[in-house]
Design a protein around this ligand. Structure first.
Ligand SMILES: Cc1cc2nc3c(=O)[nH]c(=O)nc-3n(C[C@H](O)[C@H](O)[C@H](O)COP(=O)(O)O)c2cc1C
Length: 191
């Protein structure tokens, strides 16, 4: 079974992106993936600072998160849009993970040999799509990761989910399903 990691770039209570992450996890499980839905709240990290890294080394949470990345063949990230970019929480996590290099590994090991998919949810009309563009740039160009072109942006996110967590809109549901199917296919092809 192909292993897929899923998390949100927001840990806000009631986060729409956490709901999207949960919907993606359910869809990926339907596709017979072995899904790990995690919260960045369980990987609390200081704001990256080169002096901190030099003096104290890599924080345990960064090592733990990097090993989670490496233990999965695919990663789905649901990221909110802050001022047309990604959240500082998500960028900080990506940056810390990029700094982890275990014995015998090449740099950026967590970003190679696996495939990423992006989603976003926002009360706004673009559904946080611009955060996906920023995250795609960081992952692809910055970290050398493979990011699939299929994605899912959930506009008017405050009205987009049923009580049970399903997406109300058929077209958005289809986008999420297509994104998850592509992620699983690509991840399987890498194993
Ligand atoms: C600092 C800040 C900047 C924001 N900028 C944008 C933006 O550029 N585009 C957008 O659609 N929503 C923007 N929002 C609204 C967020 O999309 C909204 O708060 C969303 O619910 C956050 O995701 P979450 O529900 O997963 O926590 C911004 C929110 C904050 C706090």
């Amino acid at each position: 079974m192909v292993r897929i990691l899923v998390f949100s770039g927001s840990v806000r209570s009631g986060s729409f992106n956490a709901r999207l992450a949960a919907a993606a996890a359910a869809e990926l499980a339907r596709l017979d993936a072995d899904v790990s839905l995690i919260s960045l709240a369980d990987y609390s990290l200081p704001l990256y600072d080169g002096d901190l890294e030099a003096n104290e080394g890599i924080p345990d949470a960064a090592m733990k998160l990097k090993r989670q990345f490496c233990a999965h063949r695919g990663i789905f990230i649901a990221g909110p849009e802050y001022n047309a970019g990604m959240t500082p929480l998500l960028k900080n996590a990506i940056d810390w993970v990029s700094r982890v290099k275990e014995a015998g590994e090449k740099p950026l090991a967590a970003y190679h040999g696996r495939v990423f998919a992006l989603g976003s949810a926002s009360p706004g009309g673009y559904g946080g799509f611009r955060s996906q563009m920023a995250t795609r740039q960081v992952l692809e160009i910055g970290c050398g990761a493979l990011v699939i072109p299929e994605s899912c942006a959930v506009a008017a996110a405050h009205q987009a989910f049923e009580e049970d967590g399903n997406l109300k809109d058929e077209r958005t549901r289809a986008l999420l399903a297509a994104c998850c199917a592509s992620l699983v296919d690509k991840a399987r092809s890498l194993t």
